[in-house]
Design a protein around this ligand. Sequence first.
Ligand code: GLU
Length: 310
Amino acid sequence: MPKSRFLLNELYNRNQYRGRFAPSPTGPLHFGSLVAAVGSYLDARHHQGKWLVRIEDLDTPRTVKGAADDILRTLEAYGLHWDEDVVFQSRRTAAYEEAFLQLKKTGEIYACACSRKEIADSALHYGNELIYPGTCRNGIEPGKLARSWRVRVNETPIGFIDRTQGEITQNLATGAGDFVVLRADGLFAYQLAVVVDDDAQRVTDVVRGADLLYSTPRQIYLQRLLGMDTPAYMHLPIAVNAQGEKLSKQTLAKPVEKDKAGATLFEVLMLLRQEPPAALRAAPAREILAWAIDNWQPDAFSKCCQFSVE
Ligand code: GLU
């Protein structure tokens, strides 16, 4: 990546800080997502910035009825009050469509006819991820139908300086492969939607869990193709259980309790190594947050990608 790109990230206009929390409503807020909510909130408020909430309910098969509302009620119970109207991805299809058409017009994306099974059979592997081998890059085989749409990637390394994880570089060709922007079920993919929304909401700082660290080069790639600015990124350590698995609905993480806001916030701050004074242990959420905003120290967890909570 050219030096000027690094500079652009570094010099991002801090006066206009706009951060966001973007939960997927697949269930109630659990401890792992609370860490992302608190981290993004504290960073925004520490910089006198705005903090926005976006409900990522684009993946309708995974969306659970009532979960978005429950997440918002939990944020309120924890004193995490947002600015501006909550954005719902399910209502933003027209914006994704526009970005999709722009990529199509410039020839950056192509239709792919491969089924999941065909990809699994022929894919290259990168860690646990399957790398699409580019079968349909030069057109679909006669007699086959388009299923999804993929963006063409290349060997040019995409790099950025994460505010706590340091310099991250990825060659998308070997690390991610041509990735899906429009899924076989007709839904726009997370990678496209997140880029379009962060741009539309004029987000300057993305603070989220380190499980998304290696989604960032794909997002930066799309931002460049679409002529968008790249925000600054900070990836927080993710909470894992005793088996080293990320706390999530799949690993049966418990929902956070709405009536234990103070104690739970104290626990989040301890895990993020913010060293809250013991006197705050039994304090109300409002007081704990006020202390944490003033004393916010992201350097305390720099280069730390996970912490164990059980
Ligand atoms: N919706 C994603 C999740 O809940 C987060 C996306 C993001 O912060 O970019 O994991």
